[in-house]
Design a protein around this ligand. Structure first.
Ligand SMILES: [Zn+2]
Length: 344
């Protein structure tokens, strides 16, 4: 069967979203997100007595997931045997604790997340609170005020998880380590180190099928890297370089469409995004004049603050990640404010 015929497999669409069979035993489910624009790819593997769900999604799309499994004849929340996660962000792992109440099956997640399972909701809320970062990163008080307002609006609109559901403990966890293999029916998923977008990010590579469930490490747009969430540009670059030569036949990203061709080109594009942001930062700096993070961001995009607050904050944090990496490498000097200057 060639790759075009594979597109003609089963699919189901309803109010809950879209489920598509993308390979034998493998489904991509995209659930309607009533609270925002971002949709997540949830992957479902069903073979023999295994019903595994990778990245079940937002806390508020659980009902949609239950309907999707049922309407696509895949099963039910109760019949899921494995809950598996690429990384900790709320769109991928925000429902983990709530699932404990609905399912007895274990949660497979990166060993780096272990310290946070006890206070899961508080951990997620803290990662999504970018105010402390903005206060330290942005020199202009009126822009920090925008961040404070955006944060307050967000809290008013959608209550933080710990307010809505308590501190939350993820129970029944199985820790995954890089290099280890996760056996699901007769599939063998190798655990890959994909840290960067999230300091706990892992990927799942099934060598015989050429499947790579890559979370948010390789997207068609620049992967957000945010110092506000302890993300790390250097780790991210290393993760991308390490998978360049992987024999991937089906790239299964956390957002956007899956890809059957040119895996290497997709990774190279992500690396190029890194390069272009780094160049943007370096080109905006001077050896004889100090500039702020906002000066750099606005030089690249003067209309940035007219865009919606989430977009603007993701962009600013991404630029700051590059800036801080350059400070670490001794290329840029950071002084009180903070303001930045290129070292001669
Ligand atoms: Zn994501």
């Amino acid at each position: 069967m060639n790759s075009d015929e594979k597109k003609e497999r089963q699919s189901f669409r309803s109010d809950w979203g879209l489920a598509v069979e993308i390979d034998d035993y493998l489904w991509r489910v995209r659930l309607q997100n009533k609270r925002g624009r971002i949709m997540v790819n949830t992957y479902v593997l069903k073979k023999d007595d295994v019903l595994a769900v990778f990245d079940p999604g937002w806390p508020w799309t659980l009902d949609a997931l239950a309907e999707a499994l049922r309407d696509s004849d895949l099963g039910s929340i109760e019949s899921v045997t494995h809950w598996i996660y690429t990384h900790s962000h709320v769109d991928h792992m925000g429902a983990a604790c709530l699932l404990n109440a609905l399912s007895f099956s274990p949660h497979y997640a990166s060993k780096w997340l272990e310290p946070h399972f006890k206070n899961w909701h508080a951990f997620i809320d803290k990662a999504n609170d970018w105010i402390p970062w903005s206060e330290g990163a942005i020199a202009e008080e009126h822009i920090v005020a925008l961040f404070r307002k955006e944060g307050a609006d967000r809290i008013a609109k959608k209550a933080p998880l710990s307010l809505a559901h308590g501190p939350g403990e993820v129970k029944n966890t199985v820790l995954l380590d890089v290099g280890q293999t996760l056996q699901l029916a007769d599939f063998e998923f190798q655990i890959l180190d994909m840290r960067g977008h999230d300091p706990t990010h892992i990927g799942f590579f099934e060598k015989n099928q050429g499947w790579f469930i890559s979370g948010d490490a390789i997207l068609s747009t620049p992967t957000p890297i945010s110092v506000a969430m302890d993300d790390d540009i250097d780790l991210y670059r290393a993760s991308l370089n390490a998978v360049l030569d992987l024999d991937v036949k089906l790239l299964l990203p956390g957002h956007g469409v899956h890809k059957r061709k040119n895996f290497r080109r997709s990774v190279e594009r992500s690396l190029r995004y890194l390069q272009s942001y780094e160049s943007l930062v370096i080109d905006s700096l001077h050896t004889d004049k100090k500039v702020s993070l906002m000066d750099i961001c606005l030089a690249d995009n003067p209309e940035l603050l007219d865009r919606d607050a989430t977009y603007a904050s993701v962009q600013i944090a991404l630029v700051d990640s590059h800036l801080q990496a350059l400070v670490r490498r001794g290329i840029v000097e950071r002084t009180e404010g903070p303001y930045y200057q290129r070292n001669r």
